[in-house]
Design a protein around this ligand. Structure first.
Ligand code: LLP
Length: 463
């Protein structure tokens, strides 16, 4: 690995500029288990390993950048959610966080269900053998073709998002001679404490039917009248990267209030409620996520209490965690390219990927951490901004972090907690090719989504 000398950037806490960072960590070589996948470790020679494999070997074999996914950790987290909710509830993994055939098989084997939100996500799930009745189909603008495919394949539920969709799904199901199980997604008017773009339960946004003004009650009225629909419950998803359970508490209270009104008006007790996903994970050492068993206990208690108060039978609960299962299980492995110290500011470290493999920093101001993983270093901490190779100054992967001051081109660095919404939101900006997803387990590594090639991109260009 080449090491080129470069002038040092700012290093000491007393000369640091404004930023989102806290003080440099006591030991830059330490890997906080909160943000790294379960089997990540640093071997005696200083190289970080995952599933028993050194990252240097992964980089040689699969190239960089690469998403490296710890399969044992994924399975363990999926199982923890499944076990925490038990037999009286269902866990639907939200495929939008990251979906591939291997992931579908792991979920199937671990007893989870799957939430999809496009025709191709549905096709991916079915092609990997997920039974259709364990699939929920979401989306605020499903096409007639997607709905037809979902109904024909026998999906377990379609989550209805608008009045037009209630009519459309009923019509398509009837014309196929079927009665489709559906839930109605409502907005309960909760302001989740998260970024505006990922908050979804306030009323002024595109998802769901507002509870306010009796609209959700009207949606139930219509759905109950239509032969093509079997209304099984109400759905609420309040947002993403949430740590505070109080939003779920208010949501459950309002959803149960609707179930009570439905019982009073129609004499029908809807048997299910879905409280969505959105549980936060640790992106940096400052984040303190809850364990699945704590979340399950809290949600079950809230729903049970609300139903007792409303004199309703407790409905079957389902949840849809995406990020909380896959997010912590992967890191992105990059090779360091150019290093540019800016006096009195920070050192810009460029990597061989960027906003095309992780748009979350640019889009949500997301915070990530980073570590030197191909060796250890005793050098003092240097304040860095990890940036990509794209033609855009907002192409930032990690806004502010510390890396050793002897960092050099050719070193490998890794950004943890990139399992969710990184590969699934990746782009080809600047015709940069999307990285592979490499799954590791018990000393073996295999590609589960291959790296894009120049031919892949050129094949689309038929002009
Ligand atoms: N259920 C529904 C209906 C959803 O809309 C979502 C996420 C989930 C479940 C899963 O949420 P999770 O547990 O993964 O937070 N791209 C953004 C997140 C958008 C989430 C969209 N819906 C991000 O990178 O933070």
């Amino acid at each position: 690995m080449s090491r080129s000398a470069h002038p040092a950037g700012p290093r000491h806490a007393d000369v640091l500029p404004e930023g989102h960072y806290s003080a440099p960590p006591a030991d830059l070589n330490a890997l906080d288990p909160k943000v790294w996948a379960e089997t990540v470790d640093r071997a005696a020679d200083g190289v970080v390993t995952v599933g028993g494999i050194p990252v240097t070997r992964l980089a040689e074999e699969f190239g960089t950048p690469a998403y490296v996914l710890d399969e044992a950790d994924f399975r363990a987290r999926a199982r923890a959610w499944r076990t925490a909710f038990g037999a009286d509830a269902d866990v639907f993994y939200a495929g939008k966080a990251f979906l591939s055939r291997a992931v579908v098989r792991w979920l199937h084997e671990e007893g989870l269900n799957l939430d999809v939100c496009s025709g191709v996500e549905l096709a991916t799930a079915l092609s990997a053998g997920m039974p259709a009745d364990r699939i929920a189909f979401h989306g605020n603008n499903k096409s007639a073709e997607e709905i037809t495919k979902a109904v024909e394949s026998g999906v377990g539920r379609i989550v209805l998002d608008s009045f037009q969709e209630i009519a459309r799904v009923a019509h398509i199901a009837s014309s196929l001679g079927k009665r489709q199980r559906v839930q109605i997604r409502i907005t309960v008017g909760v302001e989740a404490h998260t970024h505006e773009f990922i908050a979804t339960a306030h009323e002024d946004q595109k998802f769901g039917i507002p509870l306010a003004g009796g609209q959700a009650a009207e949606a139930v009225r219509r759905a109950l009248q239509l032969d093509g629909l079997e209304l099984i419950g109400i759905h609420s998803h309040i947002g993403s990267q949430i740590f505070d359970m109080s939003g779920f508490e208010v949501a459950a209270h309002r959803v149960v209030g609707l179930l009570r009104d439905v019982r009073d008006e129609h004499g029908v007790e809807l048997p299910e409620i879905d409280l969505g996903g959105g549980l936060g994970i640790a992106y940096t050492s400052d984040d303190d996520p809850r364990e699945p068993h704590e979340i399950a206990k809290a949600l079950t208690e809230i729903v049970t209490r609300e139903c007792e108060a409303a004199k309703l039978r407790t409905p079957r609960i389902s949840v849809e965690p995406g990020r909380a299962i896959v997010g912590p299980t992967a890191f992105t492995l990059y090779e360091v390219g150019t290093i540019k110290p800016l006096d009195g500011l920070r050192t810009y470290v460029s990597v061989d990927g960027g906003m095309s493999d992780n748009i979350r920093t640019a889009l949500y101001d997301a915070e990530y951490s980073v570590a030197l993983v191909s060796r250890v270093s005793d050098a003092e901490p240097m304040l860095v901004r990890v940036v990509g190779k794209h033609c855009e100054s907002g192409d930032i992967v990690v806004k502010d972090a510390f890396l050793p001051a002897d960092l050099a081109p050719g070193d490998l660095i890794a950004v943890p907690a990139t399992g969710a919404y990184c590969r699934s939101m990746a782009s080809n900006y600047n015709h940069v090719l999307r990285p592979p997803v490499v799954a590791v387990k018990d000393g073996e590594a295999r590609v589960i989504v291959r790296r894009e090639t120049e031919e892949d991109l050129l094949r689309l260009d038929v002009g």
